[in-house]
Design a protein around this ligand. Structure first.
Ligand SMILES: [Mg+2]
Length: 208
């Protein structure tokens, strides 16, 4: 994480520790996804069409498949195809190394991929959006981590889907920290009724 992200996180955490309800919501809005799903299998891509989405940015590890899985499952392939069939560009944007991302993408054939994206940094994502000439309103990001994927999406101003991680993260020091924050954020969003699941979403729902 770079200085700018850390500064934003620090401000957000400061706001969290304050007592007023309004401030807590300001903090939580950095991490609030447009929709919360247990798994992407529940998702109807038609909703993307209604919301005029042109670019779908998808995280790879623990979102589409577990981080140790090199080949996509049938559910993952069907999900990607469902989105592409709607005429929406599908990109994998992952913090993982090129060899892992490239190998996986051979099987699902996305419109493209970005490896070593350094999320929650947003430079590479913004560069991709510029290349494809899409606005934040026309972009949706899906991922399994509030602090990485949803934080990036909300700073860009695009829509987002949070899915529950498919398996536990790898147990290195930095991911333990991210997991800890993620769990805190999840319980606060849930407690304040700020997570919108598919049950509350119809096919014509306008996403935040
Ligand atoms: Mg992930």
């Amino acid at each position: 994480m770079l200085t700018s992200e850390l500064a934003t996180l620090k401000t957000a955490i400061k706001q969290m520790s304050r007592k007023t309800r309004k401030d807590r919501f300001t903090f939580l809005n950095y991490f609030r996804p447009s929709i919360f799903l247990k798994g992407y299998g529940d998702f109807d891509p038609f909703l993307l069409k209604i919301n005029k989405i042109k670019l779908f940015i998808c995280d790879l590890d623990n979102t589409l498949v577990p981080h140790f899985t090199f080949r996509p499952t049938k559910t993952a392939v069907d999900f990607v195809n469902g989105i592409k069939q709607m005429g929406i560009k599908f990109y994998i944007v992952s913090n993982n190394r090129k060899s892992r991302v490239k190998r996986f993408c051979q099987y699902i054939q996305p419109d493209g991929y970005v490896s070593f994206a350094m999320k929650p940094r947003i430079n590479k994502i913004k560069k991709l959006m510029k290349k494809l000439n899409v606005s934040p309103e026309e972009t949706l990001m899906m991922g399994d981590q509030f602090v990485i994927d949803i934080f990036a999406a909300n700073r860009i101003g695009c829509k987002s889907i949070l899915v529950l991680p498919l398996v536990e993260q790898e147990k290195n020091k930095s991911s333990r920290f991210v997991n800890f924050l993620d769990k805190q954020i999840y319980s606060r969003l849930e407690r304040n009724n700020l997570l919108i699941g598919t049950k509350n979403v119809d096919n014509d729902t306008k996403l935040l």
